[in-house]
Design a protein around this ligand. Sequence first.
Ligand SMILES: [Zn+2]
Length: 83
Amino acid sequence: MDTANYNLAMTKYRHTDRRWEEDEVKKELPRTCPVSGKRIYTSEREAKSTAAHRMSDKETHPTQLRIYRCLHCNGWHLTSKDS
Ligand SMILES: [Zn+2]
């Protein structure tokens, strides 16, 4: 194999490999609600622990968060308590 063919083969391989990785990343992304666009938590416990973690973050100092069950996606969401 000469150098040109070798490089072509490597480029092809890397391109294929990268596409595969992107597909894997997509699968790892958190699901979001088609109606509210919010992150879906699959359990009340997961939503609660995330809310508690975010409220304890002094850097962002968020408002109170509450969790609620969504009728549309059947998951749990966090929402800011406005008043
Ligand atoms: Zn939802």
